[in-house]
Design a protein around this ligand. Structure first.
Ligand code: ATP
Ligand code: MG
Ligand code: MG
Length: 571
């Protein structure tokens, strides 16, 4: 029943296991290798978002489900953009999501930059075997001679330069004799290929730049399309999953591996690339560039703003790793681009938290209710289950007193049709407490209701015999005025009002939801003063809330709304 849903990638792995395609492999020390090895290969150039979570759950999840391994690889071949800060936050995100790159076979945390020596040797090999050449055209000439979708490209005048000359130039490129862009190494494939990626793609370029791990050791760096298959093969990857935009890159991925296998660098069977549709989530954006814009223009309060679709953001919002995993499972794996509705993510959180989260009472928009016939100094203890389906988790205790906070919307001086809560003459139950009958209200000079009056029935307490004698249509929640915990509550909602805020080149800033964050002072059940940062609750009738993992403390309680109890969008 809890078996993961099938999808085409799972089917592919099952069929490869069935045919024994990757069975019986060993590493150079003779240690057996799993028949399923996947990888999660982020560039450490930004914070991960929900789309990356999809890739993490997919790659680590498949490895787990098939008894394989998933390597954690930083694709740090581009020297200028990468930083340690991102490496740390990415490792943190993967661990938080519940995955581990260590297994009985070792610690599979890798950096592509650790392979630079090997990659360099492989490029030299391709040059010496006549599969590559050093091109000395200018960038403009190269672009012009590449042709386009309707016209074939033209061979570079340097394409047939002697192997020795290319090798000599490449070695001098490495020694730093040339400026950026002066020469470039290109694979020698086919300038007339209908696939632009096969028109002698660049494999190594000059880049006089400091690298966050290799420092100034290199001034030539491999291109992504050359580096990626090599990284996969070095790590014995079997299934290399990537997003659809890499479909046209697959022939070159295979070309690189085939040539290097011929050269004795890699053993067959080689890794295989398979594409799946990237995750697009409605009411969110997942472009790193646009997310950066939200942060830099201070539209949000940082990368971990609870409105952000970043992993640090959704974590702070109060999402659980289990909810994210459930969401990714439900979103499935598609072969064509599609949108997943935000309600799927929110639904996964509700389904995860409903059976787990302790219940508590919170009055978010407070209005004072005065029980006129209640004894002046009495604090009468009431109790409620910590969780309605888990009696073993015990009871919460909280007192009822003469003055309690109720929600503003639970009183109407003149009720509308079908309104069963407080209005003069009507009876309601104060949940877990007594039945009260409304007698009227106090107003300020502007006519605004500032307090509601009622009388209680002393024999109507919940859980006592007498309770059964009272039949009321409305039940409302409350907290005792003197015993309540005052707290800052941040009511978060979706960041955009448009389901596709950046579709078709639209300006996503026009679709920002001005009500995505509302900060209020609320009155909470007293027991919440013991809440730990990151602890989640269901505030009865309101939704799921979390003690903010950054700002919450016993002396300054701060709670975030993760999601309301019911989906109110699109209704
Ligand atoms: P961006 O283009 O915004 O910089 P990226 O895809 O280049 O993002 P990487 O760090 O290269 O970011 O991504 C690491 C892995 O996560 C890749 O394998 C990539 O395919 C995958 N990934 C990124 N975005 C998504 C998404 N929206 N859905 C599924 N997988 C994704
Ligand atoms: Mg990127
Ligand atoms: Mg990328």
């Amino acid at each position: 029943d809890n078996a993961p849903a099938s999808n085409f990638l799972r089917g592919l792995i099952e069929s490869d296991i069935g045919s024994g395609k990757y069975a019986g492999r060993t590493d150079p020390n003779g240690n057996p290798l799993p028949s399923v090895i996947t990888r999660f290969p982020p560039e450490p150039n930004g914070y991960l978002h929900i789309g990356h979570a999809k890739s993490i759950c997919l790659n680590f999840g498949m490895a787990r489900d098939f008894g394989g391994r998933c390597t954690m690889r930083f694709d740090d071949t581009n020297p200028t953009k990468e930083e340690q800060e991102y490496v740390d936050s990415i490792l943190d995100a993967v661990k938080w999501l519940g995955f581990d790159w260590k297994d009985s076979g070792g610690d599979h945390l890798y950096f592509a930059s650790d392979y630079f020596d090997q990659m360099y040797m492989m490029a030299e090999y391709l040059l010496s075997a006549g599969h590559a050449y050093v091109d000395s055209q200018s960038a403009e000439e190269m672009a012009k001679n590449r042709g386009n979708f309707t016209e074939p490209g033209k061979n570079s005048p340097y394409r047939d330069r002697p192997v020795e000359e290319s090798l000599d130039l490449f070695r001098r490129m490495k020694l730093g004799e040339f400026k950026d862009g002066q020469h470039i190494v290109r694979a020698k494939i086919d300038m007339a290929s209908p696939n632009m990626n096969m028109r002698d793609p660049a494999i190594y370029r000059i880049r006089h730049a400091h690298h966050h791990r290799t420092g100034d050791k290199w001034c030539v760096y491999p291109m992504y399309d050359f580096a990626h298959p090599i990284e996969d093969a070095i790590e014995y990857i079997t299934h290399s999953f990537c997003t659809l935009e890499f479909q046209d890159h697959r022939p070159f991925y295979n070309w690189v591996l085939e040539r290097l296998a011929e050269g004795g660098f890699f053993k067959r069977p080689l890794p295989e690339q398979t594409e799946f549709a990237r995750l697009n989530l409605t009411y969110a954006i997942t472009s790193k560039r646009k997310l950066l814009q939200l942060v830099e223009e201070k539209i949000v309060d940082g990368w971990d703003d609870p409105r952000m679709p970043t992993i640090v953001g959704i974590r702070r919002r109060g999402y659980t790793p289990e909810a994210i995993q459930l969401f990714c499972e439900r979103a499935g794996v598609a072969k064509a681009d599609s949108w997943i509705d935000m309600s799927t993510l929110e639904g996964a959180l509700r389904d995860d938290l409903d059976p787990k989260a302790a219940r508590a009472i919170a009055v978010l928009k407070p209005l004072k209710l005065i029980i006129d016939n209640f004894p002046e100094n009495l604090a009468d203890e009431c109790s409620a289950p910590v969780h309605p389906h888990h009696p073993e988790r015990g009871q919460r205790k909280f007192p009822i007193t003469k003055e309690v906070w109720i929600e503003e919307e639970d009183f109407m001086e003149v009720p509308t049709k079908g309104y069963f809560r407080l209005f003069p003459g009507n009876k309601v139950r104060l949940k877990y407490g007594y039945v009260v009958e409304c007698t009227g209200c106090d107003k300020d000079e502007n006519g605004k209701v500032i307090a509601v009056h009622c009388n209680y029935f002393a024999d109507s307490k919940s859980g006592t015999e007498g309770a059964n004698n009272y039949k009321v249509k409305g039940t409302i929640h409350w907290v005792s005025v003197p015993h309540s915990l005052e707290a800052e509550v941040r009511l978060y909602d979706r960041l955009f009002t448009d389901p596709n805020p950046d579709a078709g080149g639209k300006d996503f800033k026009l679709a920002l939801n001005p009500n995505a964050k509302e900060v209020i002072t609320a009155y909470l059940e007293q027991g919440l003063r013991h809440a730990m940062p990151d602890e989640k609750f269901q505030f009865e009738r309101h939704g799921y809330f979390v003690a903010d993992r950054v700002d919450h403390s016993a002396t300054r309680p701060v709670f975030n709304r993760v999601v309301t109890l019911k989906d109110s969008w699109g209704k």
